[in-house]
Design a protein around this ligand. Structure first.
Ligand SMILES: *[C@@H]1O[C@H](CO)[C@@H](O)[C@H](O)[C@H]1NC(C)=O
Ligand SMILES: *[C@@H]1O[C@H](CO)[C@@H](O)[C@H](O)[C@H]1NC(C)=O
Ligand SMILES: *[C@@H]1O[C@H](CO)[C@@H](O)[C@H](O)[C@H]1NC(C)=O
Length: 348
């Protein structure tokens, strides 16, 4: 989270302003529906009833969220909340675990804290819903949509318009490959080979989504997993600003993922794909962030907030809320940068 310039920020603010002038005044979102697949960066409650330590439905998570703790892994709205607002949605996209009372046609969020592309990733923390299972859960949603719209043809036409936001992969490194005490993968595979396995599985999963009717994909690269307070404090060697080994893994993954997304553009001319680079913008002092590598809440040994711990007062000045997850203020800027990178998906 270093770097200096952030040209996309000015650009994205401009795009958001113009788009909203055209659409938001009519109370219409830029896409009618949004489906979210991913991990704790996107989870908004799917882990609440799972047997896992990777849950966040307790204070001080949600301290700045209108309804308090919800299972979002930050103090207020998360990245998905801001993205959906910028796209003109008036209600948050509901967690798949609780779509009761929501309009399923508007979308669902399947993301699960600690989840990865691989089934096993993050499981030392307890249960989670990995990418393949999230896609299976989406099939159940499609069945409901078919029923609502009165036929699978109509459902297909509808799903074409929906945005599929997929942001996953960090846990396959930090909660798998780089945890040799729990997972054998780093003894079995080189980083290069492991990353190829992840990308292959990820691609197969994206193809499954395509077969089930998805046509608009925002596929997000990994952030700087070596620059989290957890990486720095628990893995960093003295003097290192970020843990290079972790960042290099993220770069490797993201570069391969971007190539795969470019390939998809050719393979599936009936679809639109955007690769979202989540390291493109800097969260620095010019945006009000003065604390980059210290969490805002007191943290447990596993890096999450201590239950009922008193968080910092200046939450908008902290990039990180706990040792892994960015503050809601940071989520807002990341969301802006993201939306500006997938404008091609939301224009009709
Ligand atoms: C499910 O969502 C509804 C509507 O948002 C909310 O009122 C209710 O408390 C939620 N239930 C659970 C178990 O989270
Ligand atoms: C969750 O954390 C507690 C306390 O650190 C530990 O005793 C427990 O085994 C953990 N549960 C799982 C499923 O990892
Ligand atoms: C993402 O953006 C950063 C900063 O501009 C750049 O160095 C990096 O190569 C980009 N990553 C990918 C996968 O395009």
């Amino acid at each position: 989270m270093e770097a200096k310039t952030k040209p996309w920020l000015a650009l994205s603010l401009f795009l958001l302003a113009t788009n909203c002038m055209q659409q938001c005044v009519h109370g219409e979102s830029q896409v009618p529906c949004m489906f979210v697949l991913g991990d704790s960066l996107s989870d908004n409650g799917n882990n609440n009833n799972l047997q896992t330590n990777a849950s966040s439905n307790y204070r001080p998570y949600g301290i700045d969220y209108p309804t308090g703790p919800t299972g979002r892994f930050t103090n207020g709205k998360n990245i998905i909340d801001f993205i959906s607002e910028y796209l003109g949605f008036t209600e948050p996209i509901p967690p798949n675990a609780n779509t009761s009372g929501s309009d399923i046609l508007k979308g669902a969020n399947y993301a699960s804290g600690a989840a990865g592309i691989l089934f096993k990733s993050g499981k030392h923390l307890g249960d989670n819903i990995h990418l393949g299972e999230q896609i299976r859960n989406h099939r159940a949603t499609i069945t409901k949509i078919v029923r609502r719209l009165g036929g699978s043809g109509r459902a297909r036409e509808y799903l074409k318009k929906c945005l599929y936001y997929v942001n996953i992969g960090s846990n396959d490194y930090i909660n798998n490959y780089f945890l040799p005490q729990f997972y054998p993968t780093s003894r079995t595979y080189t980083l290069e080979r492991y990353t190829d396995i992840l990308i292959k599985q990820y691609s197969d999963d994206i193809k499954k989504l395509h077969r089930s009717g998805a046509r608009k994909f925002a596929i997000v690269g990994l952030g700087l997993i070596g620059c989290t307070p957890n990486a720095i404090s628990r893995r960093g060697t003295n003097g290192e600003v970020c843990v290079a080994e972790l960042n290099n893994a993220a770069f490797l993954f993201s570069n391969k993922l971007k190539s795969q997304v470019d390939q998809f553009k050719n393979t599936f001319p009936d679809s639109k794909f955007s690769f979202v680079n989540s390291t493109a913008g800097a969260l620095d002092e010019s945006l009000g962030f003065t604390v980059a590598n210290v969490p805002c809440c007191p943290t447990r040994p596993d890096g999450q907030c201590v239950e009922n711990g008193t968080p910092c007062q200046n939450r908008n000045a902290h990039v990180f809320y706990d040792e892994y997850h960015v503050s809601s203020a940071a989520c807002n800027f990341i969301a802006m940068g993201s939306v500006s990178q997938f404008q091609n998906l939301v224009e009709s």
